[in-house]
Design a protein around this ligand. Structure first.
Ligand code: 5GP
Length: 190
């Protein structure tokens, strides 16, 4: 399991999507969330958009591997999907907030945690505004939270700076590839 986290506006989804496109061994974990979809987002591709009641039902039924409340909305990872992918020998990329990253590492100590580091507060701000979907108050809250999130990056195995998109994607792919060759994950037969 590869977990990708980082402060708001760091370009996580862009990086994640390019990494998925370029990696032959990775599949994406599509999370459940209770916020409404943004204009370009698709059901079952970006998220499974569910009501708070449905989310709660799944959580109580133990169907979520981890879940967290982020900016007043609920987000969670479906346990079944991830389990099936791992059993099928695939690696799963999860885009989670830091609470999710911490939880996944507790449940799966072998999970690899990658933290995307933004170039600067100004760049993060520009990206959030460029998205054009968030209220001013939400942007401010997200940026303040981003500062705090940076402090939690110490729980992560890798820090990858997103200065330049292509370079950042290559760096994440290099981590994925190196991790796939770790002795404990390799079952060499001649
Ligand atoms: P957004 O609403 O911008 O898509 O996501 C908000 C935050 O929730 C991001 O930090 C994203 O990585 C995180 N997130 C998305 N899905 C999940 C999930 O299944 N679990 C957890 N813990 N965080 C998630």
């Amino acid at each position: 399991m590869i977990v990708l986290s980082g402060p708001s506006g760091v370009g996580k989804s862009t990086v994640a999507n390019l990494v998925l496109e370029r990696s032959p061994i990775l599949v994406k974990s599509v999370s459940l969330c209770t916020r409404p979809p943004r204009p370009h987002e698709k059901e079952g591709v970006d998220y499974y958009f569910v009501s708070p009641a449905e989310f709660e039902r799944k959580r109580q039924a133990g169907e979520l591997l981890e879940w967290a409340e982020v900016y007043g909305n609920l987000y969670g990872t479906g346990a079944d999907y991830v389990k099936k992918q791992l059993e099928g020998g695939r690696s799963v990329l999860l885009e989670l907030d830091i609470q999710g990253g911490k939880k996944v590492k507790e449940v799966f100590p072998g999970a690899v945690l990658i933290f995307l580091v933004p170039p600067s507060r100004e760049t993060a701000e520009k990206r959030l505004r460029g998205r054009g979907t968030e209220e001013e108050e939400v942007i401010r809250r997200r940026l303040d939270n981003a500062m705090r999130e940076l402090e939690f990056s110490r729980n992560y195995d890798y820090l990858v700076r997103n200065d330049e998109l292509d370079r950042c994607v290559s760096d994440v792919l290099a981590v994925v590839r190196a991790e796939s060759m770790r002795r404990e994950r390799t079952d060499l037969r001649f």
